[in-house]
Design a protein around this ligand. Structure first.
Ligand code: NAP
Length: 299
């Protein structure tokens, strides 16, 4: 039994927050949120529920009917949760969730469901903590799904003026680029391309940061060929995927002596933002991150 659980006394007044996903049993969110509840001595518990796609709407109804503090939403429900919130009475979508077309956190405000997305802010917070400085320069984002959209938003806020969006399906990168440049018309240039561009030493030499926001390297354990050695010495390689050991994207970067970070910091930061949204109070500094590192078997 971990420390968070051993502190917990469930009684008639215990409140709850949840995460919905499929699969969800592997999620690190219960470890992070329950550690914060224990540290704050809050009579609340955080639970993971496997929710099948056809049951998502009734699971969203339960947030209100059971008086839950809030719900995180993970794969594969983020986009459908945004659509469900938009089509619902007593519900609001934040501007950020609307821009990303995806919801990963829903707070219950006295029966009104507030759908938000903390992924971009979580990544931005972690990149700031890592002193990543793309201001005025070029960033490369690999992928074109919801996580890549969040990465583009975070890098735009950090001042990148050009983002090269490299994806297996170039059309998807072009569509994402078009959507985002509408909002940042005068400040941001987005160049969609295929994964072959990652072999281009000239492009690599311009990159201040290279973010993997694709699922590449997760199941396959292999990554597309990339000219690691051509990246500037101070370039940060950031993988949204996190694991106990260096990921397939980061291993060659480490070997080439480049700065690297995986997505554990982003996960902890988006979790802290969700905790604040659900509970109206910030988690004690570092508690959720420490719980995540313990969960991952890292320091
Ligand atoms: P998604 O919408 O399903 O997009 C998946 C992306 O990966 C697409 O760009 C897809 O390319 C690409 N891809 C998948 N398999 C590939 C392969 N074998 N070769 C090349 N490209 C491949 O997923 P998402 O929600 O954006 O999530 C992407 C990743 O970010 C996931 O690994 C997720 O775990 C991670 N993530 C981490 C955090 C965090 O807090 N650290 C938060 C959110 C997401 P196509 O368009 O060509 O299919």
């Amino acid at each position: 039994m971990n420390a968070a659980r051993s502190n917990l006394q469930i009684d008639g007044a215990t409140g709850a927050a949840v995460i919905y996903g499929d699969p969800v049993a592997h999620s690190a969110s219960p470890a992070m949120h329950n550690a914060a509840y224990a540290a704050l001595k809050m009579n609340r518990v955080y639970l993971a529920f496997r929710v099948l796609a056809p049951r998502l709407r009734s699971a969203l109804d339960a947030i209100d009917s059971l008086g839950l503090a809030g719900a995180n939403i993970t794969v594969p429900h983020k986009e459908s949760a945004a659509r469900a919130i938009m089509g619902r009475r007593n519900a609001q979508l934040s501007a950020e969730a609307y821009a990303l077309g995806a919801v990963n956190a829903i707070a219950n405000r006295h029966g009104t469901l507030l759908g938000d997305n903390t992924d971009a802010r979580g990544l931005e917070a972690d990149l700031r903590a890592l002193r990543c400085a793309p201001r005025g320069g070029t960033a490369i984002v690999i992928g074109a799904g919801g996580a890549a959209a969040a990465a583009v938003l975070a890098l735009a806020r950090l001042g990148a003026v050009r983002i090269v969006l490299a994806n297996r399906t170039v059309k998807r990168a072009a569509n994402l680029g078009r959507r985002i440049t509408e909002a940042h018309r005068h400040t941001l240039q987005i160049d969609p391309c295929g994964l072959d561009a990652l072999k281009d030493s000239k492009l690599m030499a311009e990159a201040r940061v290279i973010v993997n926001a694709s699922a590449m390297g997760l199941a396959t354990r292999r990554f597309a060929p990339l000219a690691y050695g051509a990246a500037p010495a101070e370039c940060l390689f950031y993988d949204l995927i996190y694991s106990a050991k260096p990921t397939a994207f980061l291993k060659p970067a480490i070997a080439a002596g480049r700065r690297t970070a995986d997505g554990a910091g982003m996960l902890a930061a988006q979790g802290e933002l969700s905790f604040q949204l659900f509970n109206g109070v910030a988690p004690p500094r570092g508690v959720m991150r420490a719980a995540l590192m313990k969960y991952l078997g890292r320091k």
